[in-house]
Design a protein around this ligand. Sequence first.
Ligand code: NAD
Length: 360
Amino acid sequence: MRSVEKKEANVLGMMTPMEHEQVMFFNDTDTGLKGIIAIHNTVLGPSLGGCRIWNYENETDALWDVLRLSRGMTFKSSISGIDLGGGKAVIIGNHREKRDEAFWRRFGKFVDSLNGKYITAEDVGTSTDIMSIVMQETKHVTGKPESAGGTGDPSPVTAYGVFLGLKASVKQATGSDSLEGKRVSVQGVGHVGYTLVKHLSKAGATIFVSDLNPANITRVAADFPVTVVNPDDIYDLDVDIYAPCALGATINSDTISRLKCSIVAGAANNQLADENVHGHMLMDRGILYAPDFVINAGGVINCYREVHELSLEETHRLIENIYPRTLEIFRKSKEENIPTQEAAIHIAMQRIENAKQKLG
Ligand code: NAD
């Protein structure tokens, strides 16, 4: 062992207020794999959430991300009516760099060591192909390729759910759920953003897109009539709807004052940098916010089919439910004069509390 300086750590200090059950750090010097798995809550069932690979600036950023993402998964599964808890994995590293099989098999072994308390899937930087390697080491994996008995890439289903969430938001704001002629900005046209653009284009919306990856811009601009804008200009556009489909925390004290839209509804997890502060700021500015974990649940509902017997009809019913559920949250927010995010968390937590009481 090289000489190591003793430093102050405060993992429990972050876990406790967010009410996480367990956090596992993993490190494999042979493959260079290092990361964190966070299990937030397993009252409704085993925790499920994707594995993200990202070039975090430091360990604290990675920990913060995985704690917030896993907590969001708890709310997402609960509000969607599925019997899963919230978990997530993050791997610290460049998401554009290709990793070999040994790297992903080692990750699979770490997942397996949790004996099913955490079930993984793809997220930013991972794919169904990677999951087909991970599954060689653990059965606790979803989002596997269809050829391997899985349900495949969850992102098209996520995008459809987000589209339903956008329609419900427009219905709430205007009385009609037509997107014809509505001006929509889509930030990030990767897996989910691209398919969302496809639905929006079919629905007759006027679409603006931005992405940091030029290849994704080229692809979407070749397939659909979109206007491409610089990544930083997306917040200033004169649009009806801003759809964040890249990373989280884009709704913050800097961006809210720039927004000209009346609706924020998109796929990205943890869009509000601070859910207490920024939920209120949006409300005060009269901007309707469709809580991310409510409208981006299509993917996890689809993954649920791989761990639970669920017919295709029942899966469709759960996904279509995103539309009325979003309206229910808007209603509760209005009636109780609370931000929509808070209203959605109340509903999600109530289901968990009810289950807890039944368990005794
Ligand atoms: P992805 O990696 O395929 O796409 C994200 C895109 O955003 C990339 O093209 C990236 O270049 C771009 N991007 C990153 N930062 C940007 C910025 N500042 N401005 C503009 N573009 C930027 O990921 P994805 O699977 O499409 O997921 C998108 C978001 O939705 C993520 O937050 C993810 O956690 C969330 N989500 C995804 C799913 C799913 O099924 N894939 C399910 C639920 C939630």
